[in-house]
Design a protein around this ligand. Structure first.
Ligand code: CA
Length: 497
């Protein structure tokens, strides 16, 4: 990655599920002005980029089924509110990514309302239609449920008397677009141009893996190359991150077109460590292998890292609310290579398990009786005043999870070896002890050694690398010459020669 792009890439992102984050007008639902009112908070936390989940006209609470891509759903605010959000975010050096959902539209989108009228309709070919006989002949009547879609019967009737079904791999209310149709591609590029002209810095591409159906998935890679080129022609430094929910091997070819992709293997490996206290997947070797796969496809790849997102069990629940374990998770996310994304509420230890609504609960800003910002679109199951310490009280507590996040984010940004995004700098350390995860982040300005105790027991390791300086230690007295002593879940971050 050239120095210019490196300098422009936000070093820490934050995903905002808009309905749950902050309510500015007391209708119970989060909105754009709510986000704007919390930009100072995000800047204080150290965030340099936000990803906002969809706010376009839609019938669903999550808005991943879009009815009008160039609109703002009234419950989220107005276009003016969005423009103001961009302006205020940029004032604070916070970049804005919007969720771009192009695998499918809502079944209420005008294109689909036209398409379902019949075979002769000019919009018919915007979607994927086949007759039952064709579906049978291709052997594609059923699909296996995947982590991202439970739908096993992806072919749906639009209306009685039709002789073709349409493909909707997530849901019958979300018909898949037909990317083989050049008109559909033009529509999508135009929507991209529209939002880039509004000042957005890039996109998070929903369901990027599924842009073509499973039986022609190879076509996805070429599509993303074209998409990337079109968007870069409009904005040369556009940041595009793909949701390709699969193994690193299968993610790799997506880097041909997408600058960044989320690393699901890494996410689950960190979750396993938090859950079990064992590094069964050898996370450092796994990442080095991942990076090699990615760099063969694109030497400038950005490995987007996370602990969880709006589709997964919250890390707070995986750690069973144990704050020390949550600090361990934060330490790994924020000291390993990659371009980290926090999911809103992780920094205060919010919990949540499936179904999805329960991992999208209201952010707890203050105690209930004084919280004018809290959303209340549904009754929370996992996050109430008694279960999650409100942000306001965590800010005042030096040892809170929030202040830990803030410290480690600041550290990541201040040390070049930790801040480096591309190329991903990582090598194994000399330490071999199954109670710790340890690695080196090499950099010309100084190598950094991270040693993280992943267990609830004390551990002592001997460091062979020559220790120059302690950048960070949680309790302050871990070092005895070349010997490092770590209490349960403690980390030490060292400068080495
Ligand atoms: Ca509202």
């Amino acid at each position: 990655m050239n120095n210019n792009l490196q300098a422009q890439t936000p070093r820490v992102f934050y995903e905002i599920f808009i309905r749950s984050f902050c309510d500015s007008d007391n209708d119970g639902k989060g909105d754009l002005n709510g986000i704007t009112s919390k930009l100072d908070y995000l800047q204080d936390l150290g965030v340099e980029g936000i990803w906002i989940t969809p706010f376009f006209l839609s019938n669903s609470y999550h808005k991943y089924d879009v009815i009008d891509y160039k609109s703002v759903d009234a419950e989220c605010g107005t276009m003016e509110d969005f423009e103001n959000l961009i302006k205020e975010a940029h004032k604070r050096n916070i970049k804005v990514l919007i969720d771009f959902v192009i695998n499918h539209t809502s079944s209420e989108h005008s294109w689909f309302l036209e398409a379902q009228k019949g075979k002769e309709n000019p919009y018919r070919n915007y979607y994927v239609w086949l007759s039952p006989a064709q579906i049978k002949a291709k052997g594609i009547a059923e699909r296996e449920a995947t982590a991202d879609s439970a739908e096993k019967q992806p072919w749906h009737w639009a209306r009685k008397g039709d002789d073709e079904k349409y493909y909707g791999m997530f849901w019958n209310k979300m018909p898949d677009l037909n990317m083989d149709n050049p008109k559909v591609r033009q529509e999508i590029y135009e929507i991209g141009r529209f939002w880039l002209a509004k000042g957005v810095d890039g996109f998070r591409m929903d369901a990027a893996k599924h842009i073509y159906p499973d039986w022609e998935s190879e076509k996805c890679h070429a599509f993303w190359v074209e998409f990337g080129q079109r968007m870069e022609a409009i904005k040369s430094d556009v940041y595009i991150v793909g949701e390709v929910w699969t193994s690193a091997e299968k993610i790799a070819p997506f880097f041909r077109g997408l600058k960044a992709n989320f690393n699901f293997d890494l996410c689950f490996a960190i979750q396993d460590i938090v859950k079990t206290g064992h590094d069964a997947k050898d996370i450092v070797s796994m990442l080095i292998r991942n990076h090699n796969l990615f760099s063969k496809e694109n030497p400038d790849f950005i490995d987007a890292s996370m602990l969880s997102n709006h589709d997964q069990v919250r890390i707070g629940s995986i750690a069973d609310g144990n704050i020390e374990k949550l600090k361990l998770a934060a330490n790994l996310l924020l000291t390993l290579p990659g371009n980290p994304y926090l999911y809103y509420g992780e920094e205060i230890g919010m919990k949540g398990k499936k179904p999805d609504e329960n991992i999208r609960e209201a952010f707890i800003w203050n105690k209930r009786s004084e919280d004018n910002d809290r959303t209340n679109w549904r009754k929370p199951v996992y996050n109430t005043d008694s279960k999650t310490t409100p942000l306001k009280f965590q800010i005042a507590d030096e040892n809170s999870l929030f202040n830990h996040y803030k410290k480690v984010i600041a550290l990541r940004k201040s040390i070049p070896a930790l801040a480096q995004i591309s190329p991903a700098n990582l090598k194994k350390s000399s330490i071999s002890n199954e109670k710790v995860v340890s690695f080196i982040r090499p950099h010309k300005n100084g190598d950094v050694l991270v040693i993280q105790n992943i267990t609830n027991e004390n551990v002592e390791v001997l460091v062979k690398e020559r220790i120059e300086n302690v950048f960070f230690s949680m309790k302050g007295s871990n070092l005895d010459g070349q010997k490092v002593k770590l209490g349960a879940y403690e980390v030490i971050i060292l400068e080495i020669e």
